[in-house]
Design a protein around this ligand. Structure first.
Ligand code: HEM
Length: 564
């Protein structure tokens, strides 16, 4: 706990101070009413935004303001560093500041057990509002699980039960989770939903989903055909064509997987969603949580672990990054991926499989899919090596890994750190309910994501960008099941967002607009240690600690730690 003289939960994020104790904020600190960007959840008085001290290191938004983030109630204490001594946390889910015990609902959820099991000890307000056509109905259904009390700091897992290294060091889920208010139905999200859930449009969307599924199956067939042709009929499949096609099909199938992890985790989808792993980079079992439940609801905030996925690479001296990250990824498909999946199975057993997946029977398809895709990736490597084609395998692996790696961070401004909250229109003021100026969630999504292009055809690019082509629509409508559904919804999203004065930014071409910037940032910057310690080029690469970090980075891939 902090002393009474210190600002409570004072926290410096990227050069911007967040204070959670309004009593500590002097009147001079207060931003004027119109520029104050955020309000937290219901019944909470708006804490003023505090201007950051000057920072030379971090790109700043125009005003240097980001919203204060504070607990849901008037408690001025630091959130406890739980779980204390490994004690299990209580069975609590938080919705609109109230505590619920959704344990009996885990196995009943039409969207799949995983999403409820995984969000225990989290605030699910944003998730419920963005993933369902009718959040009010969801609220009504879960009412019977209400514990009849307000949520408390000890109800939230401080690191959201996710790998802690993906968060900044002092991240605390209670304090650092932005709390959007969705009660005002005049927000952009609901204007868009009103139109996409109209009967006629829903039918069009369903047709586009079916078309997307059909194209996905064709890509899967082509993926196997290209390998077979290369191994048995090389006269029709020269190596350069093999490498290009394999990378394209792998990235496209990862795009299919991207949409599958957004779909209800039920039935066969539990297993086939693991096709997301086919580009060698993520582990669907992990990113269904990290991507669907942390990145999407909380884009570009401290909860958004996607922005930290590759920052660990920045610890490695710059000239080692390409070989070292490549070696780490070879470790990932050789042994690391397997080790990580086993670890996740044990984790499920330890924390209670019924809590996470409903039961072993319901959990099994998730694990079968995950072990299955690992067997496929490793099997391909062994097959090509045995047939004397390791180099061809390696070439397509290298191209796929590096394009995918940059693509993951290409459609957001992760290389600049601050969200553009100051330009976000405020949802309406509702003084009676104690709600003022909540940031409009959907506007924020649109302003903090890019659409990507590869060749310029939206339908083809929705695959080639691994689902990041119609990325802004995808961010506003993360429950849509396919890239094609996103594409036909674009007119609606654009028209409605124009009414909120949101500028419809041009798409960015991956190779022309994004790759050079990302390569400069992720490959060109000196290692974090060199920057901290002011090391020159030689010391950056040959300091014993630098060599140790480099070794650890490679090993982590082989033993599964780097296998996100
Ligand atoms: C984590 C907190 C969540 C809670 C408490 C929750 C709760 C509910 C409830 C009560 C229903 C029934 C609604 C009805 O009958 O109209 C429902 C349906 C559904 N949920 Fe969730 N859900 C959660 C997360 C998610 C997520 C992350 C997804 C993502 C795919 C999802 C997808 C669905 C789908 C597809 C349905 C079926 C019908 C519909 O679209 O409303 N849910 N959920």
């Amino acid at each position: 706990m902090s002393s009474s003289n210190e600002p409570n939960a004072a926290n410096n994020i990227d050069g911007v101070i967040l204070l959670t104790n309004p009593a500590e904020t002097t009147p001079q600190n207060k931003s004027d009413e119109t520029s104050q960007p955020a309000e937290m959840l219901s019944g909470v008085e708006t804490p003023p935004t505090v201007e950051a001290p000057p920072s030379n290191q971090v790109p700043r938004n125009q005003t240097g303001m980001i919203p204060l983030i504070r607990p849901l109630d008037d408690d001025k204490t630091e959130p406890p560093p739980h779980p204390v001594d490994g004690e299990p946390l209580p069975n609590v889910w938080i919705y609109d500041g109230e505590a619920y015990d959704l344990t009996p609902f885990i196995a009943k959820h039409p969207g799949g057990q995983f999403f409820i099991g995984r969000t225990k000890n989290r605030d699910i307000t944003t998730i419920v509002n963005i993933f369902h056509p009718n959040p009010a109905k969801v609220k009504k259904i879960i009412e019977k699980y209400s514990l009849g009390k307000s949520a408390r700091p000890e109800h939230i897992h401080p690191k959201y039960n996710a790998p802690p290294f993906l968060f900044k060091q002092d991240f605390n889920g209670w304090r650092d989770t932005p709390r959007y208010d969705f009660r005002n139905k005049d927000q952009l999200l609901f204007k868009i939903k009103d139109r996409v859930y109209e009967k006629d449009f829903k039918q069009k969307v369903a047709k586009m989903d079916s078309l997307f599924n059909a194209v996905s199956i064709m890509i899967l067939i082509l993926y196997f055909a290209v390998q077979w042709l290369y191994l048995d009929y090389q006269q029709y499949m020269p190596i350069y064509l093999f490498v290009v096609l394999m990378s394209m099909f792998r990235i496209s199938l990862a795009g299919v997987g991207h949409y599958l992890i957004h779909r209800p985790q039920v039935g066969l989808n539990k297993a086939i969603a693991n096709v997301f792993d086919i580009n060698y980079v993520p582990l669907a079992l992990v990113v269904t949580d990290g991507h669907t439940l942390l990145h999407h609801p909380f884009t570009q905030t401290e909860v958004d672990i996607k922005k930290n996925v590759f920052t660990f690479m920045l610890e490695v001296p710059r000239f080692y990054r390409i070989p070292v990250h490549t070696a780490q990824k070879i470790g990932h498909i050789s042994t690391g991926m397997f080790a990580r999946i086993v670890e996740l199975v044990f984790m499920a057993a330890r924390t209670g499989v019924s809590d996470m997946y409903g039961s072993w029977r319901l959990a099994l398809p998730h694990f079968i899919g995950s072990f299955g895709i690992h067997a496929l990736l490793l099997g391909e490597l062994i097959l090509f090596a045995v047939r004397g084609e390791f180099l061809a395998w390696f070439a397509q692996f290298f191209v796929t890994v590096w394009i995918s790696t940059f693509m993951i961070v290409a459609s957001h401004d992760f290389e600049t750190d601050l969200p553009k909250l100051e330009t976000v229109p405020q949802a309406d003021h509702d003084a009676d309910a104690g709600v003022e100026k909540a940031p409009d969630w959907a506007v924020f999504q649109l302003q903090n994501s890019y659409d990507l292009t590869m060749i310029g055809n939206k339908y083809i690019d929705s695959f080639l960008t691994a689902g990041l082509g119609p990325h802004r629509v995808h961010h506003v409508l993360p429950q849509q099941k396919s890239g094609f559904a996103n594409i036909i919804s674009e007119d609606i999203v654009r028209e409605e967002s124009a009414k909120f004065d949101v500028e419809w930014a041009d798409s960015q071409n991956f190779f022309v607009d994004r790759l050079p910037i990302l390569m400069k940032y992720y490959l060109g910057n000196p290692s974090r240690m060199a920057q901290r310690e002011n090391y020159g080029f030689f010391k950056e690469h040959f300091h014993p600690r630098a060599l140790q970090i480099t070794m650890q980075y490679v090993i982590s891939g082989w033993i599964g730690i780097g296998s996100i």
